[in-house]
Each structure stands twice: as structure tokens, then as C-alpha cells.
Design a protein around this ligand. Structure first.
Ligand code: UD1
Ligand code: CA
Length: 462
């Protein structure tokens, strides 16, 4: 029978060095809270349940990770990492198997590394398996003290002798324990150390005293074990995470002109032969088709974009759907609920919101289209505005197929423009327009002969 696997994620600490009101584990790395990255690694191993131990900012952590199917344990007072794991015991009452212990502030750990640690733990029948790393500068970390027969103990920097401080193999803070035995060892811990805390690391000596094996597995890439303590490390982790994400897209056929300035969130999908210029941000659950071009300064959040779409510089778009072969921008603002069905053109300084454009309809310049449904082949002239809001309520504008809207038109909603009609430039449309009609609301033009010349003469005399 396969052994069970559960995970505990330590995430109760304050993260003092972040100097932040936001709990440390909620700070985003590549657009996603670090704790979510850690949870995702545990989930990739099918760990169940996953128990984050929370304390500082517990309510905010709980609500931010709502929907991730987690069992939260509370550590009201942060008495040390050993005490933190004890707080998870009640959530794992009926659990027997392997217990993966992760830290909420170590977001770069790969699931492949955790799999290797788990395989090692199972093969060696150890009670405790520690993931360790070789650090050129081990300052601040717990050191791994090996004896003739495996790992003997872990000593914290503050408790270490100068000889022990020379050891460059460090404790990453990631372990696998056999449970429920681990909780028995925890009960033997005390806080007689330099920091007056219950150290989880002391579980090693406790297991050894009980005659159990303790194993250590060296992580291949020490970078993965990087813990985030301040905003310098936060930026470094972000850079590493983005590089991983970007390389995945590059290998799948996406061209990034300058990967260092492509900011792509972990859940974004991009089709092959899409070209991404510098300074592009693709956020949230965005999907982009193949053969697209995304020019500098474009920010896309939670959008679905088809194939062959051209996003010109400076576009900002969120919660919108863009069909195939559309061209948008430069400097267009597509707000939530925009749907471009396909082959649409949205030009410079156009803002849309809750607006559906039928196929091949276009708004090429300086326009606001909100709460509107447009049919096919509609041409919206420069400076058109849907007046959708009277200060209290929002109203709909409907424009049917093949309508031509002259420049500088205002549609005072609610209003419906019948198919094939034409709106004269400069009109303020307050009533429905029947199909195939011309609607025009301009007052008639008067030309007064010679008036300008006479006026100039008058000015000169003054
Ligand atoms: C810990 C290890 C050290 C290891 C290092 C790796 C101990 C005693 N030391 O040190 O050997 O090299 O991690 O990064 O375990 N936490 C709680 N509740 C607490 C205390 C901490 O949830 O009461 C959480 C923190 O939020 C953090 C994690 O545990 O996510 C590690 O705690 P931290 O204080 O950063 O441990 P270190 O001193 O770095
Ligand atoms: Ca500490």
C-alpha cells in the first residue's frame, strides 16, 4: 500500500525585516503570494491535507488563500519552529505516514526536489530526512553536524561554536518526518537555547536518542532553498522565478525580446510564435494565442486573447476577451467586460467597458464605448462617446450591424441604432434610429460673407 503524505507549512512568523503591514508570506513573488507557491509545490506531490500554520495576520492569510483547500492551524504566539509544528498536531490527528515540512517563506523550492527527498526518506526508512544545502556563506543558517553514522544534530548559528560555524552544509528548514512519531519527539523539546525558542531542529537529536535514523539530502541547486527575509531577497526571488517562467515559454516557442523585462505570472498561457517586446506585464489568469505580437508597455490582466492579435504599445486591459486577428492600441484601455469578437480594430485613446464588438467592427480613435453592444462591421468615428451614466444608473447602447457613426457623436443611452443607419458627424443621439436612416442633430450652418476680414480690420484700428 502506498504511504500517505501530508504537508505542514510554517507561516506564522511576522517577517520583521520586511518592514511591512502585509504578512511576509503574502508578499507576491512573480505575481503570486509566496505561500501559494509553497502550497503548490506540496500539492504537486499530492500531499493531503496541507496544513499552513499561521499566526501573524492569520485572518488575512486565511482569506487570501481561500479556495485553495487548506486546513489552517493557528499558532497564536510564535514560540519557535518546533512549537509551530506542534500547533499542527490537532489537524493531523488521524494521520499516519510521511509528513513534509515546508516554510512559507521559501518559495523557490521545486517539486522535483521534494520528490527526491521523499524517495530518499522512504528508501532509507529514516525517522527524519532533512533537505540541506552547501552555502558559500552559511551565516545565519542552522549547521548540519554529521557523525560517523549520519546526521547527529543541527546547531543554530547563535548556539554554534566557532568550529561548528565553519560547517558550510546548512539546514534548509525543509524536512520529511515519519508521523505520528515526530509529534512524540516534539514533546521532548525545550527552549534552553540562545533564542529561548522551541527549535524544530532539536527533533534530530531527539530522534537519534530514540535510536532512529536521520538522513540528509543535499539540494542540487542551493538557490531553491533561499528564504525570503527582506525586500532585497524578495526581488531576487522574483527575478529567479520569472526567469524560470520565461524559459518555459521560450522553450515552448514564445519569443521574448528581452526576458529580463518580461513580467509573466505563473498561470499565464501563451501560444507559439507569439512575440513579446520589452516591458510587457501579463498577469493573473491570462491566456494568449499563437502568432500574436505584444509591444512595449502593455499590461494584460485576466484576459483571453486569440491568435494573431496585435497589441500596440501602452495598452492596458483587464477581464476582457479578444478574438483572433484584432489590433488594439497604441494606448487603448480595455476594461472588464470588453469582448472583441474577431478582426476588430481599436485605436489610440479608446476606452471600452462592458462592450461587445461584433466581427470587424472598429473604433479607431479617441472614443469611449461603455455598456454597449455593437453588431458586425460597425464603424465608430473619432471622438464618439456613449453617455451611459446619468449619475445614478447605467444604460445600454445598442448599435446594429453595418452602422456608420460619424465623428464626435454622443449616444445618450438607453438608445438603439438600427442596422445600416448612418449618424452624421457631431450629433447628439437621444432617440432610437431606425434601420437605414440618416440621423443628424446638428443645427444648420450659416456662412456670413466677409465677416472675418471685417473683424480683422476692426481689431487693427483699436
Ligand atoms: C530556521 C531553522 C534553521 C534553518 C533556517 C532555514 C530552526 C530553529 N531553525 O531558522 O536551522 O537554517 O530556518 O531558513 O528551525 N515560524 C513559525 N512560528 C514560529 C517561528 C517560525 O511559524 O514560532 C515560521 C516562520 O514564519 C518561517 C519559518 O517558520 O516561515 C522559519 O522561521 P525563522 O524564524 O525564519 O527560522 P530561522 O531562524 O531562519
Ligand atoms: Ca528565528
Amino acid at each position: 500500500m502506498p504511504r500517505n503524505l501530508a504537508a505542514v507549512v510554517l507561516a506564522a512568523g511576522q517577517g520583521t525585516r520586511m518592514k511591512s503591514d502585509l504578512p511576509k508570506v503574502l508578499h507576491p513573488v512573480a505575481g503570486k503570494p509566496m505561500l501559494s507557491h509553497v502550497v503548490q509545490a506540496a500539492r504537486a506531490l499530492d500531499a493531503a491535507p496541507i496544513v499552513p500554520v499561521i499566526g501573524h495576520g492569520a485572518d488575512l492569510v486565511r482569506t487570501t488563500l481561500e479556495g485553495e483547500k487548506l486546513i489552517f492551524a493557528l499558532q497564536a504566539e510564535q514560540l519557535g519552529t518546533g512549537h509551530a509544528l506542534q500547533c499542527a498536531e490537532a489537524s493531523l490527528q488521524d494521520f499516519a505516514g510521511d509528513l513534509l515540512l515546508l516554510c512559507g517563506d521559501v518559495p523557490l523550492l521545486r517539486d522535483t526536489t521534494l520528490r527526491a527527498l521523499l524517495a530518499h526518506h522512504r528508501k532509507s526508512s529514516a525517522a527524519v530526512s532533512i533537505l540541506t544545502a552547501q552555502m558559500a556563506d552559511p551565516t545565519g543558517y542552522g549547521r548540519i553536524i554529521r557523525g560517523s553514522d549520519g546526521v547527529e544534530r543541527i546547531v543554530e548559528e547563535k548556539d554554534a561554536s566557532s568550529a561548528e560555524r565553519q560547517v558550510s552544509e546548512i539546514n534548509t528548514g525543509i524536512y520529511i518526518f515519519s508521523a505520528p512519531e515526530a509529534f512524540d519527539f516534539l514533546r521532548q523539546l525545550d527552549n534552553s537555547n540562545a533564542q529561548g525558542e522551541y527549535y524544530l531542529t532539536d527533533i534530530v537529536a531527539a530522534a537519534r536518542q530514540a535510536g532512529q535514523r536521520v538522513e540528509a539530502l543535499l539540494v542540487e541547486n542551493a538557490e531553491e532553498a533561499m528564504g525570503i527575509n527582506d525586500r532585497v531577497q524578495l526581488a531576487q526571488a522574483g527575478e529567479i522565478m520569472r526567469q524560470r517562467i520565461n524559459e518555459t515559454h521560450q522553450r515552448a516557442g514564445v519569443t521574448l525580446i528581452d526576458p529580463a523585462t518580461a513580467y509573466i505570472d505563473p498561470e499565464v498561457a501563451i501560444g507559439a510564435d507569439t512575440l513579446i517586446h520589452p516591458g510587457v506585464h501579463l498577469r493573473g489568469k491570462t491566456t494568449i494565442g499563437s502568432g500574436c505580437e505584444i509591444e512595449p508597455g502593455v499590461i494584460v490582466t485576466d484576459c483571453t486573447i486569440g491568435d494573431g492579435v496585435h497589441l500596440k504599445p501602452g495598452c492596458v486591459m483587464s477581464e476582457s476577451i479578444i478574438g483572433d486577428a484584432c489590433a488594439v492600441g497604441p494606448m487603448a484601455h480595455l476594461r472588464p467586460g470588453t469582448v472583441l469578437t474577431g478582426h476588430n480594430k481599436i485605436g489610440n485613446f479608446v476606452e471600452t467597458k462592458k462592450a461587445v464588438f461584433g466581427e470587424k467592427s472598429q473604433a479607431s480613435h479617441l472614443t469611449y464605448i461603455g455598456d454597449a453592444t455593437l453588431g458586425k462591421n460597425v464603424n465608430i468615428g473619432c471622438g464618439t462617446i456613449t453617455c451611459n451614466y446619468d449619475g445614478v444608473n447605467k444604460y445600454q447602447t445598442t448599435i446594429e450591424d453595418d452602422v456608420f457613426v460619424g465623428s464626435d457623436t454622443q449616444f445618450v443611452a438607453p438608445v438603439t441604432i438600427g442596422r445600416g443607419s448612418l449618424i452624421g458627424a457631431g450629433s447628439t443621439i437621444t432617440k432610437d434610429v431606425p434601420a437605414d436612416a440618416l440621423a443628424i442633430t446638428r443645427s444648420e450652418q450659416k456662412n456670413i460673407a466677409g465677416w472675418a476680414e471685417r473683424n480683422r480690420q476692426k481689431q487693427k484700428k483699436k
